[in-house]
Design a protein around this ligand. Structure first.
Ligand code: 5GP
Length: 349
């Protein structure tokens, strides 16, 4: 029989403040421990070609987070890039499920890579399972295996059983993603995280985080890390040229390109074109330049530290234990966004 279930995302909920015994938001820990590795901030830069290459990886890992380099380059270029990193043990490399995936993994592990991310759009698949098992067999427990993307308990459990240490969660939630429009599939991200969190593995919340508040909600829903694409787009450390365009006031504004890896533009660049049997599941956009990535990350981290104290939680794990979500209405959502200017205008009229 047909049935439907309810899925929620960040804007559908709010976190309910709880008793706080922590003196200062400086007294909370944002450490994330994965196996024998500790990251001081729960932020991962996305493995997209307009987000993470050397400069982004160095900046994010210097701030205590993790980075995952994209794989849309030759194996040789990938190895050369990896060798230039300042903190290789905190930077992951990406592979897919095609024929060149194992040779890429082998070349990069030989160059010192310790974190491998098996990354495809629909990770609840036989091929991803097979790839994860091959990596696990080959390197035992010497490497950290991240696998995804999934959005259900069944998907996360399947990859955990294959040997993944970390599960990447998010189908159709990304800022330049059109999977839900093109296919009708996906799971609203908050529900996806709550479901995948039931599997005993580290979780990366990937896609759809637009504000520090979304980051706190993702962590509270069970994510150990948040992966950022759009929030980091346009920062100085992203790959790509800066160009100037006029805005609607005829002022010169600097922009950078940001694109989904399944956009037509990215497919043309990396595959030489879009096959006729495929449709693009991502878009390409121009984003205004934002300055150093450090400013974005400090803003997100400030929100996370403050969020921990609103919950009375001194660690992310405590946040996950104590957090209580309340489902809100559209009026509740509107109330929670800055609205002073609108009010003044109403009074003046
Ligand atoms: P954001 O932080 O921009 O909301 O989401 C970033 C995530 O979107 C990436 O880490 C990746 O999982 C996902 N993504 C990137 N490109 C595409 C695409 O072209 N299509 C889809 N469906 N997802 C994408």
């Amino acid at each position: 029989m047909l049935s439907t279930t309810r899925g929620l995302t960040f804007d559908d909920v709010i976190l309910i403040p709880g008793y706080n015994g922590i003196r200062s938001r400086q007294d909370v820990s944002t450490d994330v421990i994965v196996g024998d590795r500790t990251f001081h901030i729960p932020i991962v830069s996305s493995n997209m070609d307009t987000i993470t290459e050397i400069e982004m990886a160095n900046a994010v890992t210097n701030l205590g987070g993790m980075s995952i380099m994209h794989r849309f380059m030759t194996i040789e270029a990938n190895v050369a890039m990896f060798k230039k990193l300042q903190n290789p043990s905190k930077v992951g490399i990406s592979i897919g499920i095609g024929d060149e995936s194992m040779p890429r993994a082998e070349a990069l592990v030989a160059a010192g890579a310790q974190i491998i991310c098996v990354d495809v759009a629909h990770g609840h698949s036989k091929e991803v399972n097979r790839t994860v098992r091959m990596l696990r067999e080959k390197w035992s427990n010497n490497i950290l295996i991240i696998a995804g993307n999934v959005a259900t308990y069944a998907g996360a459990d399947y990859l955990a059983a294959a040997g993944a240490d970390v599960i990447k969660v998010g189908i159709g939630s990304g800022s330049v993603c059109s999977t839900r429009i093109k296919t009708g599939f996906g799971v609203p991200q908050l529900t996806a995280l709550q479901e995948c969190h039931k599997v005993d593995r580290c979780i990366i919340a990937d896609g759809g985080i637009r504000t520090p508040g979304d980051a706190v909600k993702a962590l509270a829903a069970g994510a150990d890390f948040i992966m950022l694409g759009g929030m980091l787009a346009g920062t100085d450390e992203t790959p790509g040229e800066t160009f100037t365009q006029k805005n609607h006031l005829n002022q010169d504004v600097k922009f950078k390109r940001f694109r989904g890896m399944a956009s037509k533009e990215a497919q043309v660049d990396f595959m030489g074109g879009m096959a006729e049997w495929k449709t693009a599941e991502g878009v390409a956009v121009e984003v205004p330049c934002k300055g150093p990535v450090k400013n974005v990350i400090l803003d997100v981290m400030g929100g996370i530290r403050s969020g921990l104290t609103y919950c009375g939680a001194d660690t992310i794990k405590a946040l996950q234990r104590k957090a209580q979500f309340m489902e809100i209405t559209s009026a509740g959502f509107a109330e929670g966004t800055p609205h002073a200017i609108g009010r003044i205008n109403v009074r003046q009229n």
